[in-house]
Design a protein around this ligand. Structure first.
Ligand SMILES: NC(=O)c1ccc[n+]([C@@H]2O[C@H](COP(=O)([O-])OP(=O)(O)OC[C@H]3O[C@@H](n4cnc5c(N)ncnc54)[C@H](OP(=O)(O)O)[C@@H]3O)[C@@H](O)[C@H]2O)c1
Length: 303
């Protein structure tokens, strides 16, 4: 299938996920890419893309930057969510066909999860705004990024300290994606022929690198580090207990305590962590990645 070229604008193209998405889109060699960035940003962009810098409070700037674009990919910092509404308004006004809002996370169809997690409720509101304005969104769902999260111990596995907290036994399979895979997946999606891309209108597009349990993540780390359970401090915690402890800490003002509740929730039945049955990546040749190779890379880059 030959890729369909599009005019694609991207916001946040040098950020964590942007810095894998923008090169993947450029590598397709069929798209015309415009990077939109704040006027005072120090970001520099790769050759091959048009750069438009300006204020997101200036609607004329945004509408003119977005005029003629087929797609707007919004990969804004999660601390800059206020910028999403003016970008959305301008995109709809400029007639942009598809908006990929700042999703790139958990399953939008897991309604209980969305209800319980404040940032996910915000994402749902931002999708709703696109629809209310008469625009079309596609939500990229990839779950917590595997490598980014492992690097920070967010899967409950602290590689340096050799401590692991397994949620509810650690044997529930979920999907998770490397950052590289997210970039590749977005590039594949946005290179689909029009009738195939249109099938994702106001729907989710699912990306995954691994279908794994927390135990299997730990086993991979152990293979790569040449360790076994006896070298690790491993505790098992009920997911409800993790949530309770998180809530208590958040009440005391420790907002970072939300993180274990968020991550462990992906291992709860019905909370959307397992979206394996919703994947359709074979058609793009995006097979499961080699988890040990990825873990090796994480350890090498952090040492
Ligand atoms: N699945 C996961 O594990 C996971 C983890 C984190 C985030 N996410 C999702 O991915 C999205 C992108 O996150 P990221 O970590 O890639 O973002 P990021 O690297 O923190 O930031 C992306 C870009 O946002 C722009 N930005 C920063 N501060 C801003 C401000 N005050 N006003 C306007 N723009 C600002 C910057 O672009 P310029 O300098 O070019 O303006 C920056 O490069 C998030 O919104 C979230 O939905 C998912």
């Amino acid at each position: 299938m030959s890729p369909q070229g599009r005019k694609i604008a991207i916001v946040g193209g040098t950020g964590t996920v942007g810095s894998v998405t923008l090169p993947a889109l450029l590598a397709k060699n069929v798209h015309t890419i415009t990077a939109i960035s704040r006027g005072d940003s120090t970001a520099t962009f790769p050759d091959g893309c048009i750069v438009k810098k300006g204020s997101y409070e200036d609607e004329d700037f945004l509408v003119s930057a977005l005029q003629g674009q087929d797609v707007l990919v919004i990969q804004l910092s999660r601390f800059a969510m206020d910028a999403q509404a003016p970008l959305t308004r301008a995109a709809v006004k400029a007639g942009v066909k598809y908006i990929l809002p700042t999703e790139f996370g958990s399953d939008i169809e897991a309604l209980q999860m969305v209800e319980e997690q404040l940032p996910l409720r915000g994402k749902a509101e931002r999708r709703k705004l696109v629809e209310e304005l008469g625009g079309t969104w596609i939500a990229v769902v990839n779950n917590p990024w595997f490598d980014w999260s492992m690097n920070q111990g967010l899967w409950g596995i602290d590689i340096k300290a050799r401590k692991a907290t397994l949620y509810g036994g650690g044997n529930t399979k979920i999907n998770t994606s490397t950052l590289k895979r997210v970039g590749e997946g977005v590039a594949e999606l946005l290179s689909l022929p029009e009738e195939e891309l249109a099938a994702y209108k106001n729907k989710a597009f699912y990306i995954s690198s691994f279908y794994v349990t927390q135990r299997e993540m730990l086993e991979s780390v152990q293979r790569v580090t040449g360790t076994t359970d006896k070298d690790w401090v491993i505790e098992d915690k009920e997911i409800a207990q993790v949530a309770k402890e998180s809530d208590e800490e958040v009440k005391k003002g420790n907002m970072m305590a939300m993180i274990p509740k968020f991550y462990s929730a992906h291992f709860r039945e019905g909370y959307g962590g397992d979206f394996n049955h919703k994947l359709n990546l074979e058609k793009f040749g995006l097979a499961e990645e080699d988890i040990d190779a990825v873990v090796k890379g994480i350890i090498a880059s952090s040492s």
